[in-house]
Write a protein that binds this ligand. Structure first.
Ligand SMILES: C[S@@+](CC[C@H](N)C(=O)[O-])C[C@H]1O[C@@H](n2cnc3c(N)ncnc32)[C@H](O)[C@@H]1O
Length: 218
């Protein structure tokens, strides 16, 4: 069962209904921790043949773009988008083997913990929703200079390329998630990522953002 935010209401959709909706589309893209959902809304407007799904624990965050998407086309309404209220650590079975591409842009909280610590609940969820050969793109950042307390509270490791290579690669691989590329972006690179949070951080204090590109082969 999926809890889908449509306009300002949450509707429960079962697997049969979900399958009948998505079969019209040539591919499916999922953005986890979508926040307001501006990132997938823009993509969905550009490519109407692909279904875009934003997932977030917070229905309130997704409300603005959910309401906009449910309007008439001349007012910004689009059909190829869904906003799902769910937790990344407990992704609905309805999404099993559906995603061709998965994005996670600038997560915080338990979603970021799952990524950085390579937690089972997060990785098994990605393995579950991804199709064979799906891609997973993650942009993640935190910085000891500005987020010291948060890092301590959440027991986050120092974020470095060597940590990602030496600790995460092997853990991800157990779930068929191959980290094929790692790079570091600065604020200028961050500004080019088309999300609300990327702009906010990009124009803020100097920081590094780590980009992980993964290919899923179960
Ligand atoms: C900093 S915001 C980024 C939003 C958006 N991706 C962007 O770049 O503008 C992080 C988002 O992750 C969501 N989030 C945090 N933990 C989550 C979890 N366990 N499952 C799903 N969403 C989560 C939060 O509700 C929040 O909307």
């Amino acid at each position: 069962m999926l809890r889908i935010l449509t306009g300002n209401k949450i509707k429960e959709v079962d697997s049969l209904e979900f399958e009948s909706i998505i079969k019209e589309y040539k591919a499916l893209v999922i953005d986890i921790g979508t926040g307001e959902g501006e990132f997938i809304y823009k993509k969905a407007r550009q490519d109407k043949e692909v279904m875009y799904i934003g997932i977030d624990t917070s229905a309130d965050s997704m409300l603005q773009y959910s309401v906009k998407s449910a309007k008439r086309p001349e007012k910004g309404g689009i059909k190829n988008i869904m906003f799902v209220v769910a937790n990344a650590e407990d992704l609905p079975d309805t999404l099993s083997n559906t995603a061709d591409k998965i994005f996670i842009n600038l997560p915080w909280g338990s979603l970021r913990d799952g990524i950085i610590k390579g937690e089972h609940s997060f990785l098994s969820g990605i393995e579950k929703i991804a199709k064979e050969n799906a891609t997973l793109d993650i942009y993640v950042s935190y910085c000891g200079l500005y987020e010291k307390q948060e890092i301590e509270n959440r027991q986050l490791p120092a974020l470095t390329v060597s940590y990602l290579c030496n600790n995460l690669k092997a853990r991800y691989k157990k779930y068929g998630i191959n980290i094929v590329h790692i790079s570091v972006l600065d604020n200028e690179g961050l500004k080019k990522i088309e999300t609300r949070w990327a702009k906010k951080l990009g124009y803020g204090k100097k920081r590094d953002v780590f980009y992980l590109k993964c290919k899923i082969q179960k």
